[in-house]
Ligand binder design. Sequence first.
Ligand SMILES: [Zn+2]
Length: 112
Amino acid sequence: MAIETVGRRAIFSCAVCTYVLVKRTSYLMHQFLRHDTYVCSNPLCSAAYTGHSELTAIASPSGIPDALGCDLPETERARRARDQAVEDARNQGAQMAMALPPAGSEPDDATL
Ligand SMILES: [Zn+2]
């Protein structure tokens, strides 16, 4: 079965006549798994194919604070991004602590 592309979108082609396949049905089998049926766009052929679309990993972590967890594993890139965000927050906290006056000291007139 050949694969054509239109822009960045991949389109399957019929293995028999090479016409473009059109997705006819798709239903969710599982939270991360869809079953798809494709039909050849050539009316003389009309071959049909089935397959699956599956989410297998988190490529980018959610930006929502306190987001619910997910059962999918992170990609290596997502894990590095999360580790970097934790490190950045830790460094920012250290810089904020250095900018604050020592505890119990009187604020000077410039900070009032
Ligand atoms: Zn066909």
